[in-house]
Design a protein around this ligand. Structure first.
Ligand code: PEP
Ligand code: NA
Ligand code: MN
Length: 616
């Protein structure tokens, strides 16, 4: 490999001088070392200001990275088209480089840290040649907040800088919070596409070589070769889930792949709820739910990540550490998620959706009928008779949470919100009832640990085959998955001792009848299940026992109001002993595959479930 070693000592001094006064010397030193090694043409410390964002956007329009949308139809908005090989997270190139392999566990790719450092050292040498290195300080959570953490991402991608500006509290205020005793997460990112002198750039630089590497002990992320969200916006999945799950392990708090919402019932009582669903199970839709029962209000706090920690009173508090939504566009429309559609009216960066002839965006599901002509996500002409989608199935929107019309007034409360309920959900055609309440915190942890979702026809694998996705964290857990379950048990036990842990529930919006049709209408009607859960917390509903915990008793949910028949309702809670025995057997094999670290409490809950199934 050609090694480029052109940096001059003098230019390093110039770079250090360009750092803001308030920058912690450790950050300055780290940035200086990285600059000497990656040899960018220039180092820019980002302040997070509007003029800075405007400048970055202008530069990206000039280089063709983004296209401005029609300023009447979609004010302040842009479309980015990625390299067709850089469209999604690359789990096969995502690594947890813990000192010990057993700390990464069976669900992660592990490489010894020293070996990975050597690889990355080679790759980062000269990697930013011809580009600008941006230094992006950021806060995860409200600046100065009780649960807030800080990080610095160094990147040579202006698209990543602008995305970080939307997804985090980015800039000078965050930098000023990092003092000599503040732990901060180092996030180093390059697209891995150095430019020779005079070489023209491409619209979406990236590399065919990709590494998304995490060092949980030293709180570092090193990302090479991709500019796609989950691989490059390192505050999000890399820090707020993978590194945070390791920090939480050391400090006794939980990084969760969960939406966060606030519900007010007709009596004015307020509840805060966190919910984990694997991909393609409607997390963003649930976070923006529009209740069909009069008198109930749902407000949004977050759609993807929650940090949950004991508060001063010992009860669990939660924050959404992010400041924006990086959501999947296809399937989002007026009928499925009107709140998201309102959120996306202005100041959005879209990635890999289609462009209309009048300068707006389009994706599958946004209207029933596609326009007669589009430019597809690859930049080609597209008409409805094309046998390929116009928008990439993983096309995204990046938008500020503050402009969501249902954003809760406490979403950026520095103290976080007290958590009343936690929900686990998956896509299950059979077995799992519409809603059930865990018998105990341990039972709730069992629900999370054995969470599963069925593969759809669109995904790889056999249709209907169960994919276990514990806590919806399979791609995002930076520690041994069973250690993560142990932590959930410990955090819950402490909260219970201090005056009450949140109640835990399981939901399934996707159960099907014998005719193969969904039994439950979903979307806004999900308020019926949510209202029952909160009625349980308030002591207004009794429920009855089942192998899945407490389920609604007769008369506790007015399902007729959701246009669900008595027969459909019965089928939503149907118990088939043979199928449930097979389900328990599958869960047992799954737990065994995680080895000796599986907590006894989790195995005991499986035994309790088996007993209840045997008694049917
Ligand atoms: C991502 O890919 O960046 C991302 C947010 O992942 P997901 O939507 O699958 O959670
Ligand atoms: Na993805
Ligand atoms: Mn997610």
């Amino acid at each position: 490999m050609a090694i480029i070693d052109q940096p001059l000592r003098e230019s390093a001094a110039t770079r250090a001088a360009s750092a803001p006064e308030s920058a912690d010397p450790r950050i300055v030193a780290w940035v200086e070392r990285l600059a000497l090694h990656a040899t960018p043409d220039e180092v820019v410390w980002c302040d997070g200001s509007q003029p800075e964002r405007a400048r970055l956007i202008r530069d990206m329009v000039d280089t063709g990275t983004i296209v401005p949308l029609d300023s009447e139809r979609r004010p302040g908005s842009y479309l980015a088209r990625s390299n067709p090989d850089d469209v999604a997270r690359v789990e096969s190139r995502t690594f947890i480089c813990s000192e010990k392999e057993e700390d990464a566990g069976p669900t992660n790719n592990w490489v010894p840290p020293a070996a990975m450092r050597e690889t990355l050292h080679g790759l980062f040498r000269g990697a930013m040649r011809g580009r600008t290195m941006y230094v992006v300080p950021f806060a995860m959570g409200p600046v100065g907040g009780a649960l807030t953490r800080y990080g610095v991402e160094v990147t040579d991608s202006p698209y990543v800088v602008v995305s970080m500006g939307t997804m985090t509290r980015m800039g000078a205020e965050a930098l000023a919070q990092i003092g000599p005793d503040t732990e901060w997460v180092k996030c180093a990112h390059t697209v891995g596409a150095p430019l020779s002198p005079g070489e023209a750039d491409v619209a979406w630089p990236c590399s065919t070589t990709k590494y998304i590497s995490h060092f949980p002990e030293s709180r570092e992320v090193w990302s090479y070769g991709s500019a796609y969200g989950g691989n490059a916006i390192l505050a999000k999945k890399a820090f707020a889930l993978r590194i945070a799950s390791a920090i939480g392990q050391d400090e006794g708090w939980l990084a969760a792949h969960m939406l966060l919402l606030k519900v007010t019932n007709p009596r004015g009582r307020v509840f805060h709820v966190a919910a984990a669903f694997p991909s393609a199970c409607g997390k963003t839709n649930f976070a923006m739910l529009q209740p069909t029962i009069p008198g109930w209000t749902v407000e949004t706090l977050g759609d993807d990540i929650a940090w949950i920690a004991p508060g001063p009173d010992g009860r669990l508090r939660a924050i959404n550490p992010e400041a924006g939504f990086f959501g999947v566009a296809p399937g989002t429309g007026r009928s499925t998620n009107p709140v998201a559609m309102d959120t996306l009216e202005h100041d959005v960066v879209f990635t890999n959706v289609a462009l209309t002839d009048d300068g707006d965006v389009w994706w599958e599901g946004v209207t029933d009928e596609p326009p007669t002509h589009l430019i597809d996500w690859t930049g080609q002409d597209w008409t409805p008779d094309a046998d390929r989608p116009a928008a990439h199935p993983n096309s995204r929107f990046t938008v500020s949470a503050a402009q969501c019309p249902t954003i809760s007034d406490d979403w950026d409360d520095p103290a976080g919100v007290t958590l009343d309920a936690i929900i686990f959900g998956g896509r299950r055609a059979t077995n799992v009832p519409l809603v059930s309440e865990a018998r105990s915190w341990e039972h709730g942890v069992f629900m999370g640990a054995t969470l599963a979702s069925e593969r759809t026809a669109a995904a790889e694998g056999t249709v209907g085959e169960l994919r276990r996705d514990p806590f919806a964290m399979l791609p995002f857990c930076g520690v041994h998955m069973a250690d993560h379950w142990r932590l959930w048990l410990e955090v819950g036990a402490k909260a219970e001792a201090a005056g009450g842990a949140p109640a835990i529930f399981q939901v399934n919006w996707f159960r099907k009848g014998a005719d193969g049709k969904f039994l439950w209408p979903g979307f806004g009607e999900n308020i019926h299940a949510l209202a029952w859960m909160l009625d349980r917390i308030e002591g207004r509903a009794e429920g009855v026992d089942s192998p899945f915990g407490r389920v609604p008793a007769a008369g506790e949910i007015d399902y007729a109001a959701a246009d669900v028949s008595d027969a459909q309702w019965a089928a939503l809670f149907g118990l088939d002993q043979a199928a449930l025995t097979a389900e328990a057997d599958d869960a047992a094999r799954f737990l065994d595959s995680y080895g000796a670290k599986v907590p006894d409490e989790v195995r005991e809950q499986l035994a309790v479930m088996r007993e209840a199934i045997d008694e049917l």
